[in-house]
Every structure is written in C-alpha cells, then in structure tokens.
Design a protein around this ligand. Structure first.
Ligand SMILES: NC(=O)c1ccc[n+]([C@@H]2O[C@H](COP(=O)([O-])OP(=O)(O)OC[C@H]3O[C@@H](n4cnc5c(N)ncnc54)[C@H](OP(=O)(O)O)[C@@H]3O)[C@@H](O)[C@H]2O)c1
Length: 224
C-alpha cells in the first residue's frame, strides 16, 4: 500500500513549499487546507483544526478510506506580538489554540493509526522565542504556545518508544515570506531562511536517514 504524508497548513507560505518538495520526492500527500489552489496532485480537505471533533472525523475518514499514513507534518501556526503587560488570558488562549491545539488534535487522533500500522513520524514546527526569553518577552503568548509544541514532541517520543512512533521539531528562523517582508521592510532578507530550505529539512527528516534520528530539534535559521 502506498504510504502517505498528512500535511496541515498546506496552503500557507511554508506549506506550499513543503507540499511541492514532498510531492517531488514521491510522497502521496493528504493536505489540510481551506484553499486548494496550488495543491494540485494532493488530496485536499478543509478542516478547522481547532475543532477536535472535526479533526477526529477527518482522521477517521482518511484512515478508514484505506490510506496508510506514515508521517504527519503539522505546519499550522500563527504569530502575535505582545509583552506581559499587553498579553491577557484571551491572547494566551488564542495562541495556544492556533499553535498547540491544532497540532495536538491531529497527534491524538492519528496516534492509534500509527500504533496499528507499526509506527509513524510527527514533524512539528517550533519557534526560537519559545526557548530564548530575550525574544519571547516581546511575544509572550506566541512563545508560551510554541513551548508546548516542544513538550508535546518529548511526550510523543516517550510514548512512542518501542512502537516505531517518533516526533521531531523543526525550528525555522525568520522565514522569507511576503508577510515578513511587508512587516520588516528594512531587514536584510538574505539573512532569512527560504521556505524551500525548510521543506528540504523536512524532506530529510522523512528520508531513511531522518527516520532513524531521535528526539530531534532541527534549527534552520540561516543568518536570522
Ligand atoms: N513565518 C515565520 O517567519 C515563522 C518563523 C518561525 C516559525 N514559523 C511557523 O511556521 C509555520 C508556518 O508558518 P507560515 O509563515 O507558513 O504561516 P502561514 O502562511 O500563516 O500559514 C499557516 C497556515 O495555517 C492555516 N490555518 C490557520 N488556522 C487554521 C485552523 N484553525 N485550521 C486549519 N488550518 C489553519 C492557514 O490556513 P488559512 O490561510 O486557510 O487560514 C495557513 O495556511 C507556523 O507554525 C509558524 O508559527 C513561522
């Protein structure tokens, strides 16, 4: 049976590069995206990943439909500025929903499928402010929500021992995206990291060599 890769956030700046790279590498792609443009060749479904029931139904549908999923690349996330004084509980909840729950819901729904099929890989996306307080202090909700992603990866790795299930966190520096260029017009864009380079790093993690790495935190910063 053809083993497939599930990619969330597939229509985002990083997502489109990752889908293209993994397709070229020969993987069949199941993409979660609300906009299917540019995702030709992937099986695309619009799912609100903050809705746990919707995620469970989606994963049940794709796994009972005969797809054998070997890896999940969970790219959904979002950013917010704000120091402690500006960050209320609602701001924290919003970032946790977007950066953590969207990954957690998929991890929880997909793990039984991995267990029943001899294993699988999770690739999560972290962020540097989660472990550098000098940056995190300016984006408190974002940093705290991304720090949960690292803890989730550790828990997956512990739970998955002996079951062939592993998790890695890829940590991009500043990605060269239109949104970042607009918000930081005076920055040196050449210091940033191209989405295609992060896609290469993710493709490596899914390669035979990458599959044998353990407890990986892969920092892809370029000079940013
Ligand atoms: N950009 C950077 O410099 C940078 C740096 C470090 C880490 N990261 C991380 O890298 C990842 C990708 O970043 P990016 O710049 O590619 O972000 P992006 O372009 O904003 O893409 C995020 C994607 O997530 C989707 N999404 C948002 N909420 C969703 C939900 N509730 N359910 C399902 N899908 C949802 C969006 O779909 P819609 O468009 O349909 O809403 C969008 O396609 C994120 O985890 C981000 O935190 C980014």
């Amino acid at each position: 049976m053809n083993v497939k890769v599930l990619i969330t956030g597939a229509s985002g700046n990083l997502g489109t590069a990752v889908v293209e790279k993994l397709m070229k590498a020969g993987f069949g792609i199941l993409a979660v995206a609300r906009d299917a443009e540019g995702l030709q060749g992937a099986v695309v479904a619009p799912v609100d990943l903050t809705d746990e029931k919707a995620v469970q139904e989606y994963v049940a549908a794709i796994t009972s439909g005969g797809h054998r999923i070997g890896a999940a690349v969970l790219l959904v996330g979002g950013f917010a500025m704000g120091a402690l004084a500006e960050t209320d509980g609602a701001a924290i909840q919003k970032m946790i929903r977007l950066n953590f729950e969207t990954a957690y819901h998929v991890v929880r729904a997909l793990t039984p499928h991995f267990e029943q099929n001899g294993g699988g890989q999770f690739i999560l996306i972290g962020s540097r402010p989660a472990f550098t307080p000098a940056d995190g202090q300016h984006m408190v909700a974002y940093a705290l929500s991304k720090s949960l992603v690292f803890r989730l990866s550790e828990i997956i790795n512990e739970t998955g021992k002996g079951k062939g299930i592993s998790s890695a966190v890829v940590v991009p520096g500043t990605i060269d995206t239109p949104v970042n260029r607009k918000s930081m017009p005076d920055a040196d864009f050449s210091a940033w990291v191209q989405p295609e380079i992060i896609a290469d790093a993710i493709a490596f993690m899914l390669s035979p060599a990458g599959r044998q790495t353990r407890e990986t935190v892969l920092k892809v910063y370029n000079q940013s």
